[in-house]
Design a protein around this ligand. Structure first.
Ligand SMILES: [Cu+2]
Length: 168
């Protein structure tokens, strides 16, 4: 405690102007005042260190939340994921959780032999940039795999796949 007191009196910390001011006004600082002063400065320093230690993970928190929210995930599809449809759809539509960049967002529809069943490239809907669509060939009964790869407006890419079935 004495060491701390001496150090404090010899090298007043510039970030503690309130304490310096109070010491200046104290014309005859008694032992009690010096001890109180030292205790206060130690507490202040401890508090500021604690603040930095505790705030570091809090500063990183919004970054991880932001990253998790920013990715474009598949919200729903038509035909629906895993569903069996009675009549073959002429268009596959995928709705995502984020706006998409058309040039780097693709859909591939493959039949059970791996043959490509989409006609041309997928395109983002002009009015709803979360909607990606691709025209389909006339699909015979069977199972189809949809592979999608999208670039969201925040420059993150995500991909995924699912199947749907056309009933015989
Ligand atoms: Cu993202």
């Amino acid at each position: 405690m004495r060491d701390l007191t001496m150090k404090h009196l010899l090298q007043p910390h510039p970030e503690e102007p309130a304490q310096r001011a109070s010491r200046r006004m104290d014309t005859r600082p008694g032992l009690a005042a010096i001890l109180r002063d030292a205790r206060k400065s130690a507490l202040l320093r401890m508090r500021s260190e604690l603040f930095y230690i505790l705030s570091a993970p809090l500063l990183l928190l919004p970054l991880s939340i932001g990253a998790a929210h920013a990715h474009a995930l598949l919200d729903h599809a038509d035909p629906r994921v895993g569903n069996t449809v009675k009549s073959p759809p002429r268009t596959l539509s995928l709705w995502f959780t984020q706006n998409l960049e058309s040039a780097f967002s693709t859909i591939e529809v493959l039949d059970s032999n791996g043959a490509r069943m989409n006609v041309g490239n997928a395109s983002v809907d002009a009015a709803d940039r979360k909607l990606l669509r691709v025209p389909l060939k006339v699909l015979p009964a069977g199972t189809y795999t949809v592979k999608w790869h999208v670039l969201s407006a925040d420059t993150h890419t995500t991909d995924g796949n699912f199947t749907f079935h056309v009933a015989p």
